[in-house]
Design a protein around this ligand. Structure first.
Ligand SMILES: [Zn+2]
Length: 312
């Protein structure tokens, strides 16, 4: 009896799959009728094996989850790409184009009792002025004026009214009005405004011209970004065998890359800037956008690799 049981158990898997001859099937059925232990074995064989099924499905589940994440990340990446493109376009279109000084660019007039009215040529779409005490202790104020336009304004804001501003000091000192061309050339003294003089606006003023030099800070940040990038590349090569460390180096390294790119977008490959604050903040903003985009792209590439591995 025991010997027969062993034979039957060897055959049971085949029998369960209907892969035995009718004679063998009959022989097995006969045996099962009488042998309880073999019957149990057969029942057990027919039952589904839930545990095994889960482990079989696990890679599939993992795969579909990864594909879902990849799809969402790709959508987000596209959105970030579009936003970055728009802001970069804005940065280029909004970049200030400073005017060189010319007769008629700025007109000065007496305004009210003790005020000076500055009127700009209609081509000027934006301006800035600062009034400050003479740093050498002279008995007068300086008023530095800058005037500019941008591609955006040239296209969309033409034909508007002339811009103007009123400067009042409330004090008795005269103001020396200076135009700052922001192109590396000398500042131009336009006039001296003295509310107490008979001829308030005096044009021929003795003025030692100065040159406003571009700020080079953007260049320092650029060098810093490149240095960090070089160090990270070296570390990346040194950690060839540590995949986890490498992933983090790649993630960090994407930031200097983003920054260098956005600096190129904002200041057009020039590290000199006459509008440092604007350029700096725009570069930071665009670089953060670019960075999140690159991080996403990095993650999508990694997921792609993993999905490929699971599919194999
Ligand atoms: Zn048996």
């Amino acid at each position: 009896m025991r010997n027969e049981c062993n034979i039957i158990r060897d055959l049971l898997p085949l029998y369960a799959e209907n892969m035995v001859s009718p004679d063998t099937a009959e022989f097995i059925e006969e045996h099962l009728k009488d042998c309880e232990s073999c019957q149990k074995e057969f029942q057990h064989m027919k039952e589904p094996h839930p545990r095994q099924e889960i482990t079989d499905a696990a890679p599939l589940l993992k795969l579909s989850r990864k594909m879902k994440v990849k799809r969402i990340q790709t959508i987000a990446l596209t959105a970030i790409f579009v936003i970055t493109l728009f802001i970069s376009a804005f940065a280029v279109l909004d970049a200030p184009i400073y005017f060189p000084y010319s007769e008629g660019l700025i007109t000065l007039e007496q305004h009210g009792d003790r005020g000076m009215l500055i009127t700009f040529d209609e081509e000027v779409t934006d301006f800035d002025y600062t009034v400050y005490d003479d740093p050498d202790g002279g008995d007068f104020y300086y008023c530095d004026i800058q005037a500019w336009t941008s591609l955006w304004d040239q296209w969309f804001s033409k034909g508007k009214e002339k811009l103007s501003a009123t400067v009042t000091t409330g004090l008795t000192k005269p103001i020396i009005v200076v135009y700052v061309p922001n192109d590396g050339s000398e500042n131009v003294c336009i006039a001296k405004y003295d509310p107490d003089a008979e001829n308030c606006i005096e044009k021929d003023v003795n003025y030692e011209s100065t040159i406003v030099l571009p700020r080079l800070s953007l260049g320092y940040y650029l060098i810093l970004a490149i240095a960090v990038l070089v160090i990270l590349v070296i570390v990346w090569f040194l950690t060839r065998k540590k995949a986890e460390v490498r992933v983090w180096i790649e993630r960090i390294g994407l930031y200097p890359i983003s920054y260098i790119f956005s600096l190129c977008i904002v200041s057009g490959f020039s590290t000199e800037s006459y509008s440092l604050q604007r350029d700096f903040f725009l570069a930071i903003f665009i670089s953060l956008l670019l960075y999140s985009g690159l991080l996403l792209a990095h993650s999508i590439l990694r997921l792609k690799k993993e999905i490929k591995k699971i599919n194999k």
